[in-house]
Structures are given as structure tokens and as C-alpha cells.
Design a binder for this molecule. Structure first.
Ligand SMILES: [Zn+2]
Length: 193
């Protein structure tokens, strides 16, 4: 605490600011700028009434809380809706994809797990029939690999450069990096890519 704290005063004659020790406030002094005697009065600081400021802060806080109260549940709901949608369309996704494949002229069988002779390699085996009356080329089959709980643990791809009308493709694709896969569902079948 400095007892000779200097305050900024305002000259009543020229309006200039005068640095003055606190204890001289209220006394008459000669202004160093205009040279006229003036009473040292404290410079008028922009007065901030305490209440409105507090009020503003609390209003902001209230608005933020309200906004969060609205945004968070909405976002949460959206998230759960998305999650629910994802879970809902998990099993039915396969028939949808299968229907699309059928419409595209491919009959895709169910796939089953097959283990290699050395018991390390795991394959998914099934068939794809070209049910259309035109030759298909560069056919790519993609399978979602599922574990015992039905969770996707990887993907497997099979490729066939050409598939004649009515021809059956014996598919055997390795489940690389997804040895836990026990079943597979059709993710997509595309041509010419
Ligand atoms: Zn002055």
C-alpha cells in the first residue's frame, strides 16, 4: 500500500489531466498545462453501475445454460436416433443389398466360414450367379465380415474378371485380419470398376 498513490485529476479550466497525490485531491493547485488555479477533482471515470453488469453476466449465463439445455438434448437425441437407425438397419441392410444385387442380375448365396488346412487362414465361401442374359465383367464382391455377436470385424473382397450369363462363380475369399469372422453378409456387388 503506497500512501502517496497518484491519482489522475482533471483541470476545471483546460480539461487537461493532472497527476496528483491522492491526499491533494480537493485542494486548489496551479494547473501545469494552462497555469490557472484549479481545484483538483478526480477525473470522471466511466461509472459502471455494479448491478447492470452483474445482471448482464447472469443473463449471459442463463442464456448459455438455456441454450445448452436445448442443444445438448437435441444433439443427444439426434445421436441416439442415428445410433438406433444404424442398429436398426444393420440386419435388414443385407436383404436390401441382396435385393439390389438381384435387381442387378446377380444371385448371391449366403456365405459360410471355412478354415484353411493349417487352421490359421479363414475364408468365406459362397456363390454368385449371373442371372442376367449378358456377360458381366470385372465383378467385385464385397462382404462385411461378422463375428459371433454380429458385429462387423472386417471386410473381404472377391474379384472376377468375367462372368458369363448363367455362370456360377464359386467365391472363396480370405478373411484377412478378421479371423474372428464367423459369418458374412453382402455389402455390395459392383461391375466394371
Ligand atoms: Zn489547466
Amino acid at each position: 500500500m503506497n500512501p502517496t498513490k497518484r491519482l489522475t485529476c482533471t483541470c476545471s479550466e483546460c480539461g487537461g489531466s493532472i497527476q496528483s497525490p491522492a491526499e491533494l485531491v480537493g485542494t486548489i493547485t496551479q494547473c501545469p498545462r494552462c497555469g490557472k488555479p484549479t481545484e483538483l477533482t478526480l477525473a470522471v471515470l466511466p461509472q459502471e453501475p455494479a448491478m447492470p453488469r452483474k445482471l448482464i453476466i447472469w443473463t449471459i449465463v442463463a442464456v448459455v445454460i438455456l441454450a445448452l439445455g436445448v442443444i445438448v438434448p437435441v444433439a443427444g437425441l439426434k445421436h441416439f436416433e442415428r445410433l438406433a437407425a444404424r442398429q436398426k438397419d444393420r440386419p435388414p441392410a443385407a436383404p436390401g443389398v441382396k435385393d439390389a444385387a438381384t435387381a442387378a442380375g446377380f444371385e448371391v448365396s449366403a456365405f459360410s466360414r471355412e478354415q484353411g488346412p493349417d487352421n490359421t487362414e479363414v475364408y468365406m465361401v459362397g456363390t454368385v450367379v449371373n442371372t442376367s442374359n449378358r456377360a458381366r465383367s470385372r465383378v467385385t464382391l464385397e462382404l462385411d465380415l461378422l463375428d459371433a455377436g454380429g458385429s462387423k470385424v472386417g471386410i473381404a473382397r472377391g474379384y472376377r474378371p468375367a462372368l458369363d450369363p448363367g455362370a456360377k462363380w464359386q467365391v472363396k475369399v480370405p478373411c484377412q485380419g478378421a479371423s474372428k469372422a464367423v459369418s458374412a453378409r453382402l455389402a455390395s456387388i459392383t461391375e466394371g470398376q
